[in-house]
Design a protein around this ligand. Structure first.
Ligand SMILES: [Fe+2]
Ligand SMILES: [Fe+2]
Ligand SMILES: [Fe+2]
Ligand SMILES: [Fe+2]
Length: 279
C-alpha cells in the first residue's frame, strides 16, 4: 500500500508543477486563444492534483504541496509548447507505469481518466507548438514601466494567491464534509483567476511572474483550517486595501479593488462554512 501512496505523491507533485508551468506560459503570452486553451489545461491539472490527493488521504497517507520540476526553458512560444509536450510525455509514461502496478479498480478508473486527459493535452500542445513555432513573446513597452510600488503590490498578490490556492486545495483534500470540501476547491479556482489577472499585468509590464508562494497553513483539523482560511482572507483584503492607497496606475487599482471584493466574499463564505461544521 505504501508503494501506491508514494507513486500517488510523486504524481501529485508533477501535477502541481504542470499547473505552474502552464499558467506561467499562458500569462506570459498575453491574451489570446492559445493562452485561454492553456489555462483550461492548467485547470484540468488542478483537478488531477485534487483527485490524486484525495486518493492519498483515502489510503491513509498525507497529501503534499511540494512541487516537481517546472521547465521554463526556451525562447519562443513554440519552444515553450515543446516543453509542455515533454511534460505531458513524462506524465503519460508515469501513469502507464502506475496502471501496470495498481490493482484497486476504483483507483485504476481514476488513473485511466487522468491518462486519457494527458493524451489529449499532449495533442493540444503539439498543435500549438506548430502554430507558434518561432514566435517571440510580445516585448513590454519600455516607456510604460510601472511604478516600483505597483510591481511590489502585484508581486505580493501573485505570491499570496498562489499560497491561497495551495492552502484551500490542501484543506479540501482533507475535509470529509463534501460541501465544505467542494467550496474550498471552487474558491481555489477563483484564487487561480486572481493569480492570472495579477500575473498577466506583471508580465505585460515586463516583469516575471514570481514562482514562489507565501507560507501555507497546513492544519489537519477542519475547524483550524477554516479559521486559518478566514484569517488569510481577512489579512489579504486589508493588505490589498493598503496597496490600493499607494498604487500609481489606476487600472491596477481597479483590478485590486475587484479582487479585494472577492476576498471579502470568501471571508464571509468561510465563516458560514465554519458555522456549518460546528453546528
Ligand atoms: Fe495531469
Ligand atoms: Fe496534462
Ligand atoms: Fe484571491
Ligand atoms: Fe480569497
Amino acid at each position: 500500500m505504501s508503494d501506491v501512496i508514494a507513486m500517488l505523491k510523486a504524481a501529485a507533485m508533477d501535477e502541481h508543477a504542470a499547473i505552474i508551468q502552464y499558467l506561467r506560459h499562458a500569462y506570459s503570452m498575453g491574451e489570446g486563444e492559445e493562452a485561454c486553451e492553456i489555462e483550461g489545461i492548467a485547470r484540468e491539472e488542478m483537478r488531477h492534483f485534487w483527485m490524486l490527493s484525495r486518493w492519498i488521504v483515502r489510503l491513509g497517507g498525507s497529501p503534499t504541496i511540494e512541487r516537481g520540476l517546472v521547465d521554463l526553458a526556451g525562447e519562443t512560444l513554440g519552444d515553450w509548447m515543446e516543453r509542455d509536450v515533454q511534460a505531458e510525455d513524462r506524465a503519460i509514461h508515469m501513469y502507464r507505469d502506475m496502471l501496470a502496478k495498481i490493482e484497486n479498480p476504483d483507483l485504476r478508473a481514476d488513473i485511466e481518466r487522468i491518462l486519457a486527459d494527458e493524451l489529449v493535452h499532449r495533442g493540444d500542445f503539439e498543435g500549438m507548438a506548430e502554430e507558434l513555432a518561432g514566435e517571440l513573446p510580445e516585448e513590454a513597452d519600455a516607456d510604460e514601466a510601472p511604478a516600483p510600488q505597483d510591481v511590489e503590490s502585484l508581486g505580493w498578490g501573485v505570491r499570496h494567491e498562489y499560497a491561497a490556492i495551495l492552502q484551500y486545495l490542501f484543506h479540501s483534500f482533507l475535509i470529509q464534509d463534501e460541501e465544505v470540501s467542494r467550496q474550498l476547491e471552487l474558491q481555489a479556482i477563483n484564487e487561480m483567476q486572481h493569480m492570472g489577472w495579477l500575473g498577466e499585468e506583471l508580465t505585460e509590464s515586463g516583469q516575471d511572474m514570481p514562482l514562489e508562494h507565501h507560507e501555507v497553513n497546513l492544519s489537519q483539523e477542519p475547524q483550524d483550517m477554516l479559521q486559518a482560511d478566514i484569517q488569510l482572507e481577512h489579512d489579504t483584503a486589508a493588505m490589498y486595501g493598503q496597496f490600493m492607497e499607494r498604487m500609481a496606475d489606476p487600472e491596477f487599482k481597479e483590478l485590486l479593488e475587484q479582487i479585494r471584493g472577492h476576498e471579502l466574499y470568501h471571508e464571509g463564505l468561510f465563516e458560514r462554512l465554519l458555522e456549518r461544521l460546528v453546528s
